[in-house]
Design a binder for this molecule. Structure first.
Ligand code: MN
Length: 232
């Protein structure tokens, strides 16, 4: 048997310091996981259960180490926002994973951006519609090289930051997360059977804002390097 059309290629992310690729199955994103960001969005930052949305796996934009890459401004928005996030790449799957075993499922960590058509997301919130038009634009998930746990361990603190044209926009510490990576994995695995190749965007700190064409975003996480994107 053969496919009746050309089979789409498997989305994949580079692994830092190697020529290897991490194949991507699903992309989960945690909403509202830093208290100060919840407040700036008008939400209550109390420790209510985490919530998740998804991006299509082919909405990831793999970013090579060191280069400044072009990031296309998407259509149908006038308020395109950056959200710097730590990305967690899973090597093992399962269901109902206990918090105490959750980190055993992680392959590695990377710097990512949850790019968001904020005007379309706000409209969806108001109209009680789903978030895809706001959150799932093509290439709306730039992700840098994945750093394996064997090299970096499990980053639980350290600076997470983003600049636009060298001006500081977001700056926080990974320890500011409301729900830890282990808790995110455990919680997610009660709703879905997670699997090797799944990645989780672990939420953004405060300071989100809009970019326009010509501006350069640089997102960094201590120990995980930096990604640089010029909006075109
Ligand atoms: Mn986000």
């Amino acid at each position: 048997m053969a496919y009746v059309i050309p089979a789409p290629s498997l989305p994949a992310l580079p692994v830092a310091g190697t020529h290897d690729l991490f194949p991507v199955r699903r992309v989960y994103c945690v909403g509202r996981n830093y208290a100060a960001h919840a407040r700036e969005m008008g939400d209550d930052p109390t420790r209510e259960p985490p919530f998740f949305f998804m991006k299509p796996a082919d909405a990831l934009q793999p970013i090579a180490e060191g280069a400044t890459v072009d990031h296309p401004y998407p259509p149908k928005t006038g308020n395109y926002h950056f959200e710097i996030e730590m990305v967690v790449a899973l090597a093992k799957g399962g269901r109902d994973i206990p918090v105490s075993q959750a980190l055993d499922h992680v392959f590695g960590y990377a710097v990512g951006l949850d790019m968001t058509r904020r005007d379309l997301q706000d409209e969806a919130k108001q109209l009680r519609r789903p978030w895809e038009l706001g959150k799932s634009a093509d290439l709306s998930g730039p992700v840098g090289p994945i750093h394996p746990v064997s090299a970096v361990g499990h980053p639980a603190n350290g600076t997470i930051s983003l600049t636009v044209d060298d001006a500081s926009k977001q700056k926080a510490d990974l320890s500011d997360m409301i729900w830890s990576v282990a808790e995110q994995i455990a919680y997610l695995s009660t709703y879905f059977e997670i699997a090797p190749g799944d990645v989780i965007f672990s939420g953004t700190p405060d300071g989100v804002g809009a970019v326009t064409k010509g501006e350069t975003m640089a997102g960094a996480i201590e120990g995980l390097g930096e990604i640089r994107l010029r909006v075109v």
